[in-house]
Each structure stands twice: as C-alpha cells, then as structure tokens.
Write a protein that binds this ligand. Sequence first.
Ligand SMILES: [Zn+2]
Length: 314
Amino acid sequence: MITDEDKLIRQPLFAKGCLTFKNSGHTLILDRGYYRCSEQVKGNCHCKEKMIKVKDMVRRFDNLITKFELPEGVAGKVFDELLMVMVKQWRRASQRDVHLEEILVSTGNIIIDQIKKQKEISKTDFLEFKRTFYTLLKNQYEEMLFNYLLDPLFTLNPWPKEQDEMAAFLRKSMGINVQRIRMNFSWHVRKLYLSDDGQIDSMEFENWSWYVMQYTKRHIPEFMADFKKGFIVNTRQFSTLNFFDVADEFSQNDFRDALSYSAFATNYAKEKILRKIFDGFEDLKPKAQIEYLKKLDGLTKQSFYAYFATLNRI
Ligand SMILES: [Zn+2]
C-alpha cells in the first residue's frame, strides 16, 4: 500500500554499481564518508585501490559536468523544437490511453459498488483494475523518457537567465515545474570508471541518455566536442534522432535497454511495484478501500508515488 506517510526516496548521487574501478572492475560502495572497493570490504580485493572521500568524488564529478555545459545562447533553439515534440507526444499519449483510463474508472466504480453493497470483491474485476493501472504507468514511461530530453537544457545550462525563461514558460503554459539540479546529471551516467587513485578515467551513459546526448549534439555541434577519444565509451550511432522512432524502438522490449533500472524490465520488478501498490488492500476497512481506489485514479500523492516508484528502486 502507498500511504500518505510514504516519502519519495531520494536517489543517491551515484546509483549502485555506477562507480567502478577501471582496472579491476570492482564497484565502490559508500562507507562512512568514503567510497571504497566493495570487494575490499569482503576481503576479496588485494588491489592498490584507494578509498575516496565523498567530498572529493563529488568535486571531481562536478568538474566533469562543467565539461558538458552548453555554450551561451543555444538552449532556446533546442527548447523550441522540443516543445513541438512534447505537444505531439501528449496528443499521441492521450489518444492511446483514453480507453485505458475509461476502463480504470469503470472497473474502479464496479469494485466500489461491490464494497458498498458489502459483496465480496470480484477477483476478475480487481485483477483488471491492477492490470490497467500498471499498463497506464508503463505508458507514462515514454513521457518520462521525453522529459529526459529537456534535462540537458537545465542541468547542463550554466546561464541562469536562459534557464529562468524556459522554466517560467513551462510553468505558466503547461504547469510543469522543472528540476534544474545540476547533480541530476548523474541519473544519466551508467558507469563512472575510476583509476586506482580515484580519478575519473572514463564514463558510460545510460543507453537512453546517450540518445539524449546525441539529440542535443545534433542541435549544438560544439556540445561534447572536447573529450578525448574513448573517454565516453558509448559508441552507438542512431540512424534517426526522431524521438518517436527512437522511443518506439526502445519500447519493443518494454524499455529494458533504456535505463539500468525500470520496473517494467523484469517480472520481479513488476511484482514488486504491484505489491507495493496493492498489498494490504484487502485488510482495509470498506470505507478506506473506497478512498484508496479513488486516490489511485487521479493526480494524487498515491498515483504520483506509484509513478516514481517505477523509476526508482523502491
Ligand atoms: Zn577492489
């Protein structure tokens, strides 16, 4: 069950398995203010890998982000094009989901009716409700992937005036509040490879993020131009950078390859999210059951939480 007390879990700066010593392939873990080799902790590592102060690692990462920053005066161009893609995406999504939303509401109402009449909730109806809710969550994943395209314009944009203008536009015209936390760049990084003394040697983007970087670069040729060959290990070339084509391609296998983690990629993750949302429902009092069903269907904290839980490791 998702309760009002549930807090959205803050992602750590570096996801599990992101920081990796290049030579040994050992990943690093957070241990009392330091990042250190996870194998060393278990006594399995005899390499000369240093412990790295969290503070130092954050500083090195921050320096890295600086190298990805956009030049002045170019973000607006990409932003204008993305707004058009966004509107198209919304239209497609609402056409796609309108039927599912009807099913969710009507099934929810049937179940509420059963509860009110003190009948046993039909298993088939409840399963239908769960399945529809899950499918809607999954469909929204494409929207989240779209939002990642906007990310560089905010997280990699050091020009406050440009940021303010774009953020104000999104807020006023679409009711979207953008995050512009610089360190959110780490969400795009699948691997950060370190030398034994903790210097950043090379990096790998998440597959979807690599597309985001390529999209950005198409509009801003100077972007990522200063890196030594091999520093970024992704090499995939996209035959098209059209959002819908690329998103369709990634959706073929339930977005399994888009990001390291997706609640849709494995049955285990799917079960986990469904349990988080629905376990304990049967133990609620009838009135609370009705309230809960209503909360899942709409812009409530519960539905919002479920959405984020599919993205994070909750
Ligand atoms: Zn090690």
